[in-house]
Design a protein around this ligand. Structure first.
Ligand code: ATP
Length: 409
């Protein structure tokens, strides 16, 4: 904190009674000049202090607003399932699909209709009716101010993680390093590889580590749900990131909007084309976007239109492979870390017998092992639970039961 500036000395005047009138006049005039000078200095100090006070007042206002925002609880999204004459309505919360009977405020009750999307608070009271724009945005984008994945949660991807750090974390945290050497950091980073191997985790972890807002958009949703709105949503995505910088944009399943061009002329294809063109133009105008980094992921690298891989677009490709045996042991260890497990769990042996499992399946394996212990009324998970869980998931895989199909998506 800066200290208060010291005040100028106050001018004093001791008039010698012996002075002649003209000497007296000269002394008084010089004293007046001193006073005017000090007055001038004081005025300047006052101006500076007022300016500073103004700055501090703005800072206080800003902090107060921030405080208010932090204190305001977030709202959840829900859909109106039914609405009754007596003022009640049944709503279904998105995400957990919980259905709740809630009383609706009279003014809202007249406006809501079945199928409307609404914002609800912790007590399931409807706070507002979402307009189509907010609704589309809310559904199309997942915004997470601080994702909770850390680097240590990711097993077996050390090289890939280092590459992501170089391409995303360093430009965000040490842009001067790139300036000093005179190289441009990669514009976009494309993670490609089989499903469930940790691509989304890598993006979330780097956002967490750099204190960046994580903004995810799923390419498949864009083309399936938001027909006609794709290019606007892509524009919104980049605008939102610019307002929330530092931010990491993560476009999952980018192949849905950026597949190789086909000759087919259906309107759906034209729409996908428009969405992709918007994406390319946003990326091309990306230089001035400050602290925003773009990442994308795909399981179908072979399908991608090469136009998106040109320099200045997704110019850093990182392959995220299926986990090796060591990686599988590490992933199993990570996912069991918070579980009460018996001492003798041989993660290496489990890893050696789960060759076809990806990271997501290994995560499910540990949960399933915990379920076996619970079913048996035990609070410690044993090696046998892990083996049974492995066999169950492997069987599910063979028969293609839904449990497995969700892992492979
Ligand atoms: P998709 O291509 O299907 O979107 P993805 O590669 O993005 O998949 P993630 O969403 O990152 O995969 O992983 C899904 C889940 O699988 C994670 O939440 C985590 O529980 C587990 N998982 C996957 N890979 C790893 C890994 N390398 N280390 C630890 N857990 C992992």
């Amino acid at each position: 904190m800066s200290r208060s500036p010291s005040l100028p000395d106050r001018p004093t005047l001791d008039l010698d009674p012996e002075l002649t009138p003209s000497e007296r006049l000269a002394a008084l005039q010089s004293h007046l000049t001193d006073i005017v000078d000090v007055n001038q200095q004081l005025q300047e100090q006052l101006d500076r202090i007022e300016h500073r006070r103004e700055g501090l007042r703005e800072e206080v206002d800003r902090l107060q607003r921030e405080n208010e925002t932090l204190k305001t609880a977030s709202l959840y999204l829900a859909t109106v399932e039914d609405s009754f004459e007596d003022g009640d309505a049944i709503i279904k919360q998105h995400g957990n699909n919980q259905e709740v009977l809630t009383e609706v405020a009279p003014d809202l009750h007249e406006t809501i209709e079945i199928g409307d999307r609404v914002a609800i608070n912790d007590s399931f009271a409807i706070q507002e009716l979402l307009d189509t724009e907010t609704d589309a945005r809310a559904q199309a984008m997942e915004v997470d101010a601080s994702p909770d994945v850390v680097y240590d949660d990711i097993g077996g991807l050390e090289d890939e993680l280092r590459e992501v750090q170089e391409a995303v974390e360093d430009p965000l945290e040490n842009p001067e390093k790139f300036e000093a050497v005179g190289v441009e950091p990669p514009s976009g980073v494309l993670l490609h590889g089989p499903p469930g191997t940790g691509k989304t985790m890598l993006a979330k972890a780097v956002a967490n580590h750099t204190d960046a807002t994580f903004i995810k958009m799923a390419g498949s949703e864009l083309v399936r749900k938001f027909i006609g709105e794709g290019s606007r949503l892509v524009r919104d995505l980049f605008d939102l990131a610019a307002r929330r910088e530092p931010a990491i944009i993560f476009i999952d399943e980018i192949d849905s909007v950026a597949s190789k061009r086909t000759d087919s002329k259906t309107s759906g294809d034209a729409e996908v084309q428009r969405t992709m063109m918007q994406l390319l133009s946003e990326m091309d105008g990306f230089d001035e976007r400050g602290e925003v980094r773009i990442m994308a992921a795909t399981n179908r690298f072979d399908m991608l239109d090469r136009a998106i891989l040109r320099p200045g677009r997704f110019d850093r490709l990182i392959e995220v492979p299926e986990p090796t045996t060591e990686a599988r042991a590490e992933i199993l260890r990570i996912h069991s870390a918070d579980m009460e497990v018996a001492d003798a769990i041989d993660f290496e042996a489990l890893a050696a017998t789960t060759e076809s499992f990806n990271g997501a399946q290994l995560a499910s394996l540990t949960t399933e092992a915990g379920m076996f212990a619970i079913r048996d009324d035990r609070s410690t998970v044993t090696m046998d639970d892990f083996r049974q869980a492995r066999d169950k998931l492997a069987d599910d895989a063979e028969t293609g039961t839904p449990a497995y199909t969700t892992y492979i998506q």
